[in-house]
Design a protein around this ligand. Structure first.
Ligand SMILES: C[S@@+](CC[C@H](N)C(=O)[O-])C[C@H]1O[C@@H](n2cnc3c(N)ncnc32)[C@H](O)[C@@H]1O
Length: 363
């Protein structure tokens, strides 16, 4: 039987994977007809139950010694995890290109950014709680990643703008000859990076990826798809204030954070994001997808917390949406409520006078 209109999943223009936020459950009796439903409304009882669960979990804290051990030795715990699971745990993030067209080939992200901002000026910010989901809105966009009539004013080539102040030499860093540079932080074994390299055949693309687990980075580098002429993988702890990134500031088009920020301690997040923000070119974007508040009844990110983090790092909101999904195991007739948060924040073309992002000597 054909699905009803409200269950219809619009396909993207290139008829690939549909974006999140497009399949709505209007008739509860149909819950087991699909694997997942978007923008699921939570009842008050359900929200209260999640809150109670969080309180319950928080009432039994691990002892301070163990907390310190988890923080100081976090990279070792992740190393152990990857020694056991190798490439087998996380799935390739193939939804990346529908949710984040900035990662797809021939994407002119400055054009898209300009249009998304124009749209935000005339409509209130989207969220799955206040109207149609993010993807439904995006399908109405007049522009595709492959071309658009509206152009933003030309900007001075940003990479060459401020190189005199850099410690990293402008033409002597990995990927220096590329014109489109993407960095993934907390890349694990490459479930985001390899799909990008496979899908994005732009000859001017260079992809950096880092993780604080040396085992994970070793697995990336020994992957048969790792090509050092297109990619540079390195061990890096994003919470380590003294460690430099191997590229100059104002040099990256896109920074990707997929399920990584939630893995670090909250009081280190701001410095980590501000440091990353400095690496972005003006007009560059930071993309995040992570666990939202009450996902699996745990206390994770709220929309406003992430907004504060990114705006304090001098970035401007393009998107900040909560994706409440109902995942269904049709075989076992089980339902599972998940909450994700997805953000896009861009670096202003002209630095805002009200934002002061301190500039350290190294990036
Ligand atoms: C949930 S996994 C996600 C991996 C990958 N982004 C993906 O989507 O498959 C989180 C990753 O973040 C890394 N990570 C956690 N804290 C980190 C830190 N402080 N610096 C760098 N990487 C970190 C972990 O080693 C792990 O590989």
């Amino acid at each position: 039987m054909a699905a009803s209109l409200s269950e219809g999943v619009p396909e993207t223009e290139d008829r690939k994977r549909p974006q999140f936020g497009n399949r709505f459950l209007s008739d509860p009796a149909r819950v087991f007809h699909h694997n997942a439903w978007d923008n699921v409304k939570w009842s008050e009882e359900q929200a209260a139950a999640a809150e109670r669960k969080v309180q319950e979990n928080s009432s039994q804290l691990v002892c301070p010694e163990k907390q310190a051990d988890y923080e100081v030795n976090a990279h070792k715990y992740w190393d152990d995890f990857y020694k056991v699971h190798e490439n087998g745990f996380f799935k390739d993030r193939h939804w990346l290109f529908t949710e984040f067209p900035e990662l797809a080939p021939s994407h002119d992200h400055l054009v898209n950014l300009h249009l998304e901002k124009q749209k935000n000026e005339v409509s209130k910010p989207r969220s799955s709680e206040d109207g149609p989901g993010l993807a439904a809105e995006q399908h109405k966009r007049p522009c595709t990643s492959h071309g658009c009539e509206t152009r933003v004013p030309p900007v001075e080539e940003p990479v060459t703008q401020k190189l005199t102040h850099l410690e990293i030499c402008a033409d002597d860093f990995p990927g220096s000859s590329a014109t489109y540079r993407i960095l993934e932080v907390g890349c694990g074994v490459g479930n985001t990076v390899f799909p990008i390299l496979q899908t994005n055949n732009n000859p001017d693309l260079f992809v950096y990826c880092c993780d604080f687990s040396a085992t994970a980075i070793e697995l990336v580098k020994t992957n048969s798809e790792y090509d050092p002429s297109r990619c540079f993988a390195f061990v890096h702890d994003l919470c380590d204030e003294d460690q430099s990134y191997p590229m100059p500031k104002d040099s990256l088009d896109v920074i990707v954070l997929i399920f990584v920020l939630s893995a670090i301690v909250p009081d280190k997040m701001q410095k980590a994001i501000s440091k990353l923000s400095r690496l972005l070119k003006p007009g560059g974007v930071m993309l995040l997808r992570d666990y939202g508040r009450y996902d699996m009844a745990q206390l994770r990110f709220k929309k406003d917390e992430l907004d504060t983090l990114f705006t304090a790092a001098g970035l401007e909101k393009v998107q900040n949406v909560v994706d409440r999904r109902l995942q269904v195991n049709r075989g076992k007739q089980l339902t599972m409520y998940r909450v994700w948060i997805q953000c896009k924040y861009s670096k202003p073309l002209v630095p805002s006078a009200s934002q002061h992002v301190p500039t350290p000597h190294t990036t």
